[in-house]
Design a protein around this ligand. Sequence first.
Ligand code: ATP
Ligand code: MG
Length: 288
Amino acid sequence: MNLGRFRVRPGHKVKLRRYDPADTRPFKNEEKAGDLLTRGIERLVALQERLYAQDRWAVLLIFQAMDAAGKDSAIKHVMSGLNPQGTQVFSFKRPSDEELDHDYLWRTVKALPERGRIGIFNRSYYEEVLVVRVHPEILAHQKLPPPLVTRDIWNERCEDINAFEQYLARNGTLILKFFLHMSKKEQRRRFLKRLDHPSKNWKFSAADLDERSLWDDYMKAYEEALSRTSAPHAPWFIVPADHKWFTRVTIAELIIEAIEALQLEFPRPSKAQLEELARARKRLIAER
Ligand code: ATP
Ligand code: MG
């Protein structure tokens, strides 16, 4: 699978209409991709064990998308089989009153993955340049001192996010960011499915239609954010999302590629530790 095409090159000006949400290359159908996903998940399980044993790197996976793009199901599938002790998922909702009394990264810092673990953000501080940008009334509620709210605020936020991610990377966090790119047509189909199937009704919220009506504004906000915040140490990937099976296998492969590049090895015992292990073995054998 050629993974390079999903990565947003730093400084590249993203035009989302140039990315096909229905792309499934090189697969014709789900069957072939299914084998790769199964093997991918096995590889990921092995990599996670090393990550945990080494206890040096943390992995942060950020998922952003429009409603019904399949964030939840991608997270569920890709993380299946991983050791729950080594993973943590955070879903970022509308900030609470307490959270609004702080800067917007405050709640993020508390949710960051520890060394040795894989942390997943289902939505993230990127909402601060997405939903907040599309809805000026949300910004108005953020209690910012008025002189700080200027036309530059979105660029400034992107700058601050870049600096924050640079800081995390320099402290040993591998950051990967996924935008699940779904077409407006496919969202309509999925919403209708939610209305048609009683077992899916709970997933539907009328407010989702209001956001849908702001589709073009959201796409513009995404384009700006993706263009300004993809960095070598924190790349964005635009993952086609009209076919859920393709989204899953692509995300799994991208995560594997990035963690493999860390070349994680199980920690090697020192000479003193080896001697201690030998003594322990002797003691256990002597027990009989
Ligand atoms: P689902 O796909 O299951 O609906 P969801 O991620 O959409 O999951 P919801 O509870 O429906 O979860 O929505 C969370 C809402 O919180 C979203 O509308 C999102 O835009 C909003 N939100 C997240 N972070 C912020 C933020 N920093 N400021 C304002 N709104 C935010
Ligand atoms: Mg929702």
